[in-house]
Design a protein around this ligand. Structure first.
Ligand code: GDP
Ligand code: MG
Length: 259
């Protein structure tokens, strides 16, 4: 084990939304698998194919045939990021759940550091922010800055990087929180509802690597428009604590495993 050897090695479900990632997926799964094998006691990789139209389904079949850690869900029609993550989260079975994008936006060995941070802070979620986003261009940086600001003002707390695909959380959070976003509002919904229920969220900074292959599809005006349409509808329930019913048996903090 490397620099972030952990006292307790948790089990992790890695949830990856996948849409037309033929150039990235096999590489991302291989690199993430190595890190997960190093830092976890047990892991699964849940690939949710959101009706890809390129060679992604074939690549997923190949990966599933050779790696028993991989589980696959496939949508017959494109359901966008929110629907895809909700299905992936619902399928997760391990103690911790990590959301990561298929274009490998960070070094998966950072998982070790996040587990360590969780151990040290006893947080229920470690959400990462990107140290540097200039690689993606000015337009993206401005969108993101404005969006993080709006969410911070609406909900009364600052959060550095709502949409970054690194959120490591106890599975209890997903059992307690009811997520309804279909589109890319899902990250804001997850974080606000997590905080509303009294779970603790800590942030760590990560080196961010914008994709070098394939196309970025999540900054179109359509995607942004949907975020705001959904925000108007879901704002009331994002403001107030509401546990999913029937209530799951969330154990008290003292009773939990160290991770
Ligand atoms: N479910 C779903 N996921 C998508 C869609 N478009 C992109 N993704 C996935 O979302 C993640 C981030 O996409 P990306 O295009 O890199 O967005 P960016 O990093 O915000 O520019 C990747 O894992 C994509 O495969 C979509 O329409 N539906
Ligand atoms: Mg990306």
């Amino acid at each position: 084990m490397g620099r972030y050897a952990c006292v307790v090695r948790p089990s992790i479900s890695l949830v990856v939304p996948v849409f037309n990632e033929e150039e990235n997926l096999a590489h991302a799964v291989a690199v993430a698998g190595r890190a997960l094998a190093e830092f976890t006691s047990q892991y699964e990789v849940i690939l949710v194919d959101d009706a890809s139209t390129d060679r992604t389904p074939e690549i997923i079949r190949g990966l599933t045939a050779t790696d028993p850690h991989i589980r696959t869900l496939r949508h017959d029609r494109n359901q966008k990021l929110g629907g895809t993550l909700r299905d992936g989260f619902a399928a997760a079975s391990m103690d911790l759940v990590l959301y990561m994008d298929a274009d490998l936006p960070f070094d998966p060995r950072e998982i070790g550091r996040a587990i360590s941070a969780m151990e040290v802070t006893r947080a229920d979620m470690i959400a990462a922010y990107r140290y540097d986003r200039t690689g993606e261009g000015l337009r993206r940086a401005i969108y993101s800055y404005v969006y993080n600001g709006i969410i911070g003002v609406l909900f009364g707390w600052p959060h550095r990087d709502i949409n970054f695909a690194f959120k490591l959380m106890r599975r209890e959070i997903l059992e307690a929180v009811e997520l309804r976003s279909e589109g890319s509002l899902i990250s804001a919904e997850l974080i606000t509802k997590t905080k509303n229920l009294g779970f603790t969220v800590q942030q760590i900074g990560l080196d961010y690597f914008p994709r070098t292959r394939g196309r970025s599809t999540l900054s179109s005006l359509g995607v942004i428009g949907k975020i705001f349409r959904e925000l108007i509808v879901l704002y009331p329930e994002m403001r107030h604590p509401r546990r999913r019913s029937p209530q799951p048996a969330v154990r008290p903090a003292e009773d939990r495993a160290p991770i």
